[in-house]
Each structure stands twice: as C-alpha cells, then as structure tokens.
Design a protein around this ligand. Structure first.
Ligand code: ATP
Length: 248
C-alpha cells in the first residue's frame, strides 16, 4: 500500500459570496517531503486552493461547499488558521506581507507567536533562518519596508519558518522578482526541503521555474485540474510546452 499523503485534497468546490463558483472539484495530494507545484494562469484558482487548505477563505467570504481536505488522514475543515499552524501547516501569502514598520528580525520573531518555545529555542530557530537566508541576517536591523522585494519575500518565508512548519503553502514566490532572485529563492526552497524536511505546495505562474524545482505538478484551468504528473513528464508534455512554457 502507498504511504498516506501528508496532505490530500479531494474534489473540493469553493464558492465566494454564496454564488461565485471558483473551484469546481479540485483534487491533489502532497506526499511527505514533497515539493508540489500548483500551476495555471492568473485567475485559475491557485490562491483559492491554498486558502481553502489553510482555512483563510472565510475572511474573503469564501466557503468550501463540497469535498474534503485531510492532513495526515485527519479532516482539517473547521480548524482555524492558527490550529493549522500548530499542526505544522502555514501559508506564505502572495505579495509578501511583511510588517513594513518592523525590522526584519522583529518580523521573523512574530512568526514564533503560536509556539510556547522558550527564548533559547527561538534564538536557535532565528539562527536556523539566518543560515538559509544570509541576506536577512545582514539586513536584520533594517525596517522591512525599506528592504527590496526579494528580501521581503525571504522575510515572509523566514517568518513562516519560525513556526517550525512541516508544510509551507507558498503563494507565487516569484512574483515581481528578477530572474536571478527567483532562482535564489527556489534554491532555498530546495535546501529547506532537503535539509529540514519541509514539504511545499507552491502556487506559481512561472511554470518554467516551478517545474524545475518541484517533483510533481498540477495544472489548474478555470477551477479544475486539467493535467497533473511528475514534473519531468509535464516539462516534456506538448501542451505544457506550447501553452505554459512558450516553446513549441
Ligand atoms: P492569481 O495568480 O491572480 O492569484 P489564482 O489562480 O490564484 O490567480 P484566484 O486568486 O484563486 O486565482 O482566483 C480565482 C477566481 O476567483 C478568479 O476569477 C477571481 O476573480 C475569483 N475570486 C478570488 N477571490 C475572490 C473573492 N474574494 N470574491 C469573489 N471572487 C473571487
């Protein structure tokens, strides 16, 4: 028998404002230790899928009206976003969302909020974050609002790491970043996966980079998964090449 996936989403439907049907039956799974890409054009439903998993839809007047979401076999609908963080699942929102008036280090420390860890432990975790993000260490005393887009994206991921997650739902990490920085961020994702065992479900419009780093991918179109497979197979798929990679 196959090992139970870390996360499994089964045929979920999401409706906003009671009438707008946005996800029309999405299923996916993330194995323990996986890096899974959720791909698709602007508006396909990637963010909605991540928010359904982390239970952040309510704030947007959205609701899962069908299907189920299991974390290690346990249904998670009905848990608060905080409960999910305590169970090891945290979302890094699109657009970075650092506290602009706090320093980088203060931002990172806010990420430890759900934990009862002692100061020694938190200090150790901060050092762990700084080993993966040396740039953040250099900028630790800078006000986040004055750092670059790349540094703010790093800060958002670093802050999530401070909750010691098993899985990060990463929304559009490449957005607005120069290609070299995108590569840098994805290299860090790769190391976090390899060395800390963090699993990732990442939403990306940048199909090319996502499929180079992910092990598996799902392509969403208009609220439905239209194609999924091993990253390698997707990279070689003719439709993916034509419509998502711009090569044919
Ligand atoms: P993006 O890259 O823009 O984030 P996406 O694939 O993540 O795209 P979603 O943000 O999930 O797509 O949006 C999917 C659809 O749901 C879009 O048509 C969008 O207009 C709609 N939508 C998103 N949020 C809401 C909301 N709060 N109320 C109503 N409709 C919404």
């Amino acid at each position: 028998a196959e090992a139970e996936p870390l996360l499994s989403v089964n045929n979920i439907e999401v409706i906003y404002d009671h009438v707008i049907l946005v996800l029309k039956g999405v299923s996916l799974s993330v194995p323990e230790g996986g890096v899974v890409a959720l791909l698709g054009a602007n508006g396909a439903g990637k963010t909605t899928t991540l928010k359904a998993i982390s239970n952040l839809l309510r704030a947007e007047r959205g609701e899962v009206t069908k299907g189920s979401i299991h974390l290690r076999g346990e249904e998670v609908q009905g848990l608060t976003p905080n409960d999910l963080v305590k169970r090891g699942v945290i979302q890094v929102m699109e657009g970075r969302h650092c506290f602009e008036h706090l320093t980088i280090e203060e931002n990172l420390l806010t990420g430890a909020y759900t934990r009862s860890a002692n100061r020694g432990q938190i200090a150790q975790d901060l050092e762990m974050v700084y080993t993966y993000f040396p740039r953040l260490k250099e900028r630790r005393s800078s006000q986040a609002g004055y750092t670059s887009g790349g540094e703010q994206q790093m800060c958002a991921i670093g802050r999530a790491l401070m909750s010691r997650p098993q899985m990060i739902l990463l929304d559009e990490p490449s957005m607005g970043l120069a290609p070299q920085l995108v590569e840098e961020i994805f290299e860090i994702v790769k190391s976090l996966n390899r060395d800390e065992g963090v699993s990732f479900l990442l939403a990306e419009q940048n199909t090319n980079v996502a499929l180079r780093y992910a092990t598996y991918g799902y392509i969403l179109e208009n609220g439905r998964v239209v194609l999924d497979g091993e990253a390698q197979a997707l990279r070689e798929n003719e439709d993916v090449k034509e419509f998502y990679l711009g090569i044919s």
